[in-house]
Each structure stands twice: as structure tokens, then as C-alpha cells.
Design a protein around this ligand. Structure first.
Ligand code: TYD
Length: 139
């Protein structure tokens, strides 16, 4: 069960392996992240003014990393809505299942990488906000 937004930490620090050449971050499924990574996708070249996401998932858990640029991610558990500025490549934002999420205000050049616990499955999406609220109430 996804923890309530009030008690869950927003951003999780990622270990940076830096040396005089620069920085490197490795994220291993089941080690640095609490699930095996089934899928990686990334959002880039986002057109100005676009809002992405606008859905929740029944079972999928995801971690978001803004590897370049910045954007705002809104999380909503049906009770509390929280905006998180993502602007650092060395932190991840967990987005558990049954969390409504929206991404907006992408700066030019922003790359938002998503690590996902399951393969893509359209039936796992809740794309209607009222249906999301109903699903929350019946859990
Ligand atoms: P969409 O769910 O609209 O993206 P977002 O939630 O970020 O607004 O996905 C855009 C398209 O890409 C849509 O046709 C579904 C497809 N898609 C995949 O095929 N695999 C994936 O892993 C994802 C996330 C999307």
C-alpha cells in the first residue's frame, strides 16, 4: 500500500559516484530502489505549456528522476495534493500506485526519467480523476 503523502519522504537522495572526471549515478533494481525495474522511459522535448501524466495506476510503482532541466510534479493521494520541484539529477521522487500525478512547467531541455516496476499495460491506468477518487474510497 502506498504511504500517505503526509508521512512519505518526498525526494530520495541517490548516491553520486563522483571523481575528478565528473559524476555518475547507478540505480539497481531491488537494491537502490525497492522494486525490480521492469521498464525505463523518459520524457523530453516537451512542448511549452504541456501538462503530462494526469493519471494514477492501480498497481504500478514508479521512481522519477529529472536528469536534466527542471519541472514540477504534482502528487495527489485523493486527500492531499503536493507540488514537488524536480531540478536535481541526484534525487528521485517515488510515485506509488494509486497516486494521481501530473507533470508541468518543463524547462527547455528537461529530461524526466521514469523507472517503473511493471511493463506498460493500459488497463493499469486510471485517467479520470473522479474515477480515481471513487477507487480510493472503495479500497
Ligand atoms: P502517456 O501515457 O500519454 O504519457 P504521459 O502519461 O507522460 O502523458 O503516453 C504517451 C504514449 O506512449 C501513449 O500512446 C502510450 C505510450 N507509452 C508506451 O507505449 N509505453 C510506455 O511505457 C509509456 C509510459 C507510454
Amino acid at each position: 500500500m502506498t504511504e500517505p503523502l503526509t508521512t512519505s519522504p518526498a525526494l530520495v537522495p541517490l548516491t553520486v559516484r563522483g571523481d575528478d572526471r565528473g559524476s555518475l549515478i547507478a540505480i539497481e533494481g531491488g537494491r537502490d530502489i525497492p522494486f525490480e525495474i521492469a521498464r525505463v522511459y523518459y520524457i523530453f522535448d516537451t512542448a511549452p505549456g504541456v501538462v503530462r501524466g494526469l493519471h494514477a495506476h492501480y498497481t504500478l510503482d514508479q521512481w522519477l528522476v529529472c536528469v536534466n532541466g527542471h519541472c514540477i510534479v504534482t502528487l495527489d493521494d485523493g486527500h492531499i495534493r503536493r507540488d514537488v520541484l524536480m531540478s536535481q539529477a541526484n534525487v528521485a521522487l517515488p510515485v506509488g500506485h494509486m497516486i494521481w500525478h501530473e507533470m508541468r512547467d518543463f524547462a527547455p531541455g528537461t529530461v524526466l526519467m521514469v523507472l517503473a516496476s511493471e511493463h506498460y499495460r493500459e488497463a493499469d491506468y486510471i485517467r479520470d480523476y473522479n474515477a480515481f477518487l471513487s477507487a480510493i474510497r472503495t479500497r
